[in-house]
Design a binder for this molecule. Structure first.
Ligand code: FES
Length: 376
């Protein structure tokens, strides 16, 4: 903790995200994985992941997400799920559905998995498979049916951008036909590959307004059968989101190589050295590491955040977004209209409707080897 800062009460990491691998058969251009994922060190082995699950649970974690990359590429997934069940987690698999078949869905159920979230790129095969970079749509449909047949609660997630934002109604119809319990209509969060592709993906203001109105109509239409969550398009807002509910507050992300992060994009921030679970216990990492304490609480804030009455609600917004737009993660999130840098976000959002979409750079290991840091 920085000298002179008031001590801050550290709460438990309630939500553990286990990013088991960066391997993925898909090439989504909005992926939040680091651009240089292909350079990352070896993945944690099963024994280390089991230790992470135990230590996080002892710290108070109760919600566990298995994510990636594609977590189904790990052959020890069922072993980890079984341990999660034994420890008393509520576990969720966040997947593209590729890497599953009927037998594996049943095996995941038998291992004790609680919940499955399948992502779709579009409501029909042509656009879906173009954005995924591979034939995936038909298999996703079949896996969604298997998920329901095995009695799982099912979330279908649709990441929204300018190429599919006009399909909101079709997304909800598809989800309803498949028997989804929850639908996440999530405007792209521009980190990692999405930031690289921001000029190719950002929708226009008119598209965003239309999408929001359609989403609200769908929420009413399907209210009795499924819950529809609409994640707003940050860049068109006046106030920032409470990213990860505040840095080092409830969210703990473990990257495939064991690096512990307060959010999935934090590894890209300059001047911070993130600890690795191979070298330290999770208790030390969570409570004492300089990186996790860097943006905890309020004392690190500058104006306009420091004296803002809304700081208890938004915690200054997103540190990674502040860095991407201003070059300094200590600044206010420029999505906030009070930020002196807010015009940068407005300019990007306004330009989205007036410029032709740029070519998409797909997330794959060949492209990944090009990048060493985040291109401005
Ligand atoms: Fe890193 Fe928001 S994504 S703090």
């Amino acid at each position: 903790m920085k000298a002179g800062f008031a001590p801050f009460r550290v709460s438990p990491p309630l939500w553990l995200l286990a990013e088991l691998t960066y391997a993925c058969p898909l090439q989504c251009p909005y992926c939040s994985n680091p651009l240089a994922f292909a350079r990352h060190r070896a993945e944690l082995d099963t024994a280390n992941w089991l230790r992470v699950l135990r230590e996080a649970r002892a710290l108070g974690a109760c919600q566990l997400g298995f994510s990636g990359g594609e977590p189904l590429t790990r052959s020890d997934l069922e072993v980890l799920i079984a341990e999660a069940r034994r420890l008393g987690y509520y576990s969720n698999l966040i997947t593209s559905g590729i890497g599953m078949d009927a037998r594996r869905v049943a095996a995941l159920r038998n291992a004790g998995l609680d919940h499955i979230q399948i992502s779709f790129q579009a409501s029909e095969p042509v656009l879906n498979d173009y954005l995924a970079g591979t034939q995936a749509f038909a298999h996703k449909l079949e896996m969604a049916r298997q998920v329901k047949a095995n009695g799982f609660p099912m979330v279908l997630c649709f990441v929204i951008h300018r190429h599919n934002i006009e399909q909101i109604e079709l997304f909800c119809e598809l989800a309803s036909r498949l028997g989804a319990d929850y639908v996440e209509l999530a405007n792209t969060q521009y980190h990692g590959w999405a930031w690289l592709n921001r000029q190719a993906l950002l929708p226009s203001r008119a598209q965003v307004e239309q999408a929001e109105a359609t989403a609200h109509r769908c929420q009413q239409r399907y209210a009795s059968s499924m819950k529809i969550l609409y994640v707003v398009a940050d860049y068109f807002e006046q106030r920032p989101k409470a990213c990860v509910n505040g840095w080092g507050s409830v969210f703990l992300d473990i990257a495939p190589d064991g690096t512990a992060l307060p959010c999935h994009s934090a590894g890209e921030l300059p001047g911070l050295s993130f600890p690795n679970v191979r070298n330290a216990s999770l208790a030390e990492i969570w409570r004492d590491s300089a990186a996790f304490n860097r943006f905890r609480g309020f004392d690190w804030m500058r104006e306009p955040c420091l004296s803002c009455p809304e700081k208890h609600k938004d915690f200054g917004g997103c540190r990674c977004q502040a860095y991407l737009f201003t070059g300094d993660p200590s600044n206010a999130d420029p999505v906030c209209a009070k930020s002196p840098e807010h015009q940068r976000v407005v300019a990007l959002a306004n330009a989205a409707g007036n410029t032709p979409a740029r070519p998409i750079r797909f997330r794959n290991s060949c492209n990944s080897r090009i990048y060493h840091g985040i291109p401005k």
